[in-house]
Ligand binder design. Structure first.
Ligand SMILES: Nc1ncnc2c1ncn2[C@@H]1O[C@H](COP(=O)(O)OP(=O)(O)OP(=O)(O)O)[C@@H](O)[C@H]1O
Ligand SMILES: [Mg+2]
Length: 328
């Protein structure tokens, strides 16, 4: 059933064009490692906030691997119902359960020789996690109600925007599966943390439609893109551009044509007086959004008597957001 290793295409270095673009030096260094990791066969994990390109990058990693040209199958973990997950992933024998009127191939078997992306991995039903670990480790699986095991030759990639380590602590994700998948992890930073990419990605998105950024947007509109905090990351950038291109009145998109997604994370501030009245926060011209955000949160935390919950109430965010931004 499994193709031989010789049948896997040998990918020449530099022979593929990644769809994932960045000009960020730190991220570029991580990507250089990813292309190497991709050529090995071990599983790995891609983490990052929603819309930062995890799914896109997983496909690139498949294209950069010896498995390019073989199937790339996405398992959307949140849509796997707990009671049917085993049959959907591994397949079943005829009569395995009511309604199983024919033998059925599972999703994993359709990926044989290729790559499986476990997308939104944190939502993988707990009951199936041990069985999946066995597939990853032993490369064998058993259809529901089958007597014999079958071989499976796939490479697994996990993607998530959740804190898997925290879920392991809470008991909702298996430690052994976590360790097996986290042998190497690529963490995608939010778009606002790599400001150089905003223009690059906006221009690339317009180029796909045969358009040139500077011809379609005024300099003020481009500056507004660069000043936004992008809670929805690259997906939001693409949506904002599509809407503005369609809805503009004049020949070029003006800053006022841009309709940004409202961030759930940044509601009205209720700052303690000493900050609201004008304590200098130490924000300097040239600081990026994240540096400025950290200074504001630090000052608020101090003004709230080093109390995370009180600082969270002032800023209108959760306590865990305050702790994350402070790096604790
Ligand atoms: N670095 C990038 N270069 C080019 N396009 C990108 C990049 N990052 C994201 N995109 C585009 O942004 C959109 C969202 O990307 P993608 O679906 O891969 O994000 P995600 O991290 O998987 O999001 P989610 O967590 O919601 O599943 C897609 O249209 C993708 O092509
Ligand atoms: Mg995704």
């Amino acid at each position: 059933m499994s193709p031989t290793t010789q049948a896997l295409r040998v990918v020449q270095e530099g022979a593929f064009e990644p769809a994932f673009l960045t000009s960020d030096p730190g991220l570029s260094r991580q990507l250089a490692q990813l292309w190497k990791i991709a050529r090995a066969d071990a599983p790995f994990l891609i983490t990052g906030p929603t819309g930062t390109g995890k799914s896109l990058l997983a496909r690139d990693a498949h294209e950069a691997s010896r498995r390019a040209g073989r199937p790339f199958v996405v398992v959307d973990c949140p849509s796997l119902p707990a009671d049917l997950a085993e049959s959907i992933l591994f397949g079943h024998e005829k009569g395995a359960f009511t309604g199983a009127d024919a033998k059925k191939l599972g999703l994993l078997a359709t990926a044989d020789g290729g790559t499986v992306l476990l997308d939104e991995l944190a939502d993988l039903p707990l009951g199936i996690q041990a069985k999946l670990l066995r597939v990853i480790q032993e490369k064998v699986f058993r259809r529901v109600s089958a007597n014999d095991e079958e071989q499976l030759d796939v490479r697994f990639i996990g993607a998530t925007n959740k804190d898997l380590a925290g879920m392991v602590q809470q008991g909702s994700f298996r430690l052994d599966l976590y360790h097996r998948l986290c042998t190497w992890t690529l963490s995608l930073p939010p778009l606002a943390a790599r400001p150089g990419d905003i223009r690059l990605l906006a221009a690339a998105h317009l180029r796909k439609q045969g358009l040139v950024l500077e011809n379609e947007l005024t300099p003020e509109a481009i500056a507004a893109l660069q000043g936004h905090d992008w809670p929805g990351n690259v997906r939001e950038l693409e949506n904002v551009l599509n809407a503005a291109l369609a809805l503009r009145d004049g020949p070029k998109v003006e800053a006022s044509d841009l309709r940004f997604q409202r961030s759930k994370e940044y509601p009205v501030l209720h700052l303690p007086d000493q900050i609201a009245i004008g304590t200098p926060l130490g924000i300097r011209a040239g600081d990026n959004f994240h540096a400025a955000q950290k200074l504001l949160v630090e000052a608020t935390y101090r003004a709230c008597g080093d109390n995370y919950s009180a600082a969270a109430r002032c800023l209108g965010v959760t306590r865990s957001t305050v702790r994350r931004i402070l790096g604790v």
